[in-house]
Design a protein around this ligand. Structure first.
Ligand code: HEM
Length: 219
């Protein structure tokens, strides 16, 4: 019965071809360093699931942001765990993505024909940093407020465009309710949408070009 359904679907969608291309493709002999990309993907998934769960109780306003985070941590069943996974996952994500990038650099995997995979990787690194920067403000405690004050001030230092940039990021001259909502919107909608698109292109290229082999001595 099950094979009848899968055959019926395959005749109409060729899903087996896609499945084979993803899961049955040939890979050269590699080592554990080649798992760092998949580890980044796994943490991204963790961030998405725990992040969605956090939005059930989190309130992005100056009146309620801090209290809602305290409520999640101390009152919501397993809220401490969900918040902890999201909090530590954020730091781990940066570490693992940078390690993945170092593996790509040291094994020369950025070379032809994988330059575009590298470019999309650079975009992914910027997005991950963007997630960290926008997420840091959301607990709306002293550390969040002053770290964002400093971070946005740095963005305001370039000549000519600096002042304009600072106003756009803060949504005015000071850190305010507008900044909080702006950071929240960027953190939960803009960056995730861009991340899904870029990861899609990144993985398509990884599959299309195949994984690079470990370079041999003398190459
Ligand atoms: C959210 C972040 C990222 C995710 C989820 C991700 C995911 C992956 C996965 C699953 C692979 C295949 C397995 C592997 O080689 O480990 C891969 C390969 C690759 N990634 Fe990433 N990656 C990310 C960030 C980056 C960054 C920051 C760079 C470099 C700037 C990069 C450059 C590459 C390149 C060039 C390959 C091809 C490697 C090869 O063929 O040997 N990636 N990525």
């Amino acid at each position: 019965m099950a094979s009848k359904i899968t055959n019926w679907l395959d005749e109409r969608t060729s899903w087996r071809q896609v499945w084979d291309a993803i899961f049955l493709r040939k890979v050269p002999k590699v080592n554990w360093l080649f798992t760092l990309g998949s580890a980044s993907l796994f943490i991204a998934l963790n961030q998405a699931i725990t992040g969605i769960l956090l939005t059930i109780y989190y309130v992005p306003t100056p009146d309620h942001a801090y209290d809602s985070v305290q409520y999640i941590t101390t009152q919501v069943p397993l809220g401490w765990l969900i918040r902890g996974l999201h909090h530590w996952g954020a730091s781990l994500m940066i570490i693992v993505v940078v390690l993945h990038m170092l593996r790509v650099i040291f094994l020369g995997a950025y070379k032809f024909p994988r330059e575009v995979t590298w470019f999309t990787g650079v975009g992914l690194l910027l997005l991950v940093i963007g997630f960290g920067f926008t997420g840091y403000l959301l607990p709306w405690d002293q550390k969040a407020f002053w770290a964002t004050t400093v971070g946005t001030r740095i963005a305001g230092t370039p000549p000519i465009i600096g002042d304009y940039l600072l106003r756009i990021i803060r949504g005015g001259t000071e850190i305010s309710a507008v900044t909080l909502v702006r950071f929240f919107g960027t953190h939960v909608w803009v960056l995730p949408a861009l991340l899904v698109i870029l990861i899609g292109i990144h993985l398509y290229l990884v599959i299309k070009n195949g994984i690079s082999a470990v370079p041999k001595k003398g190459m």
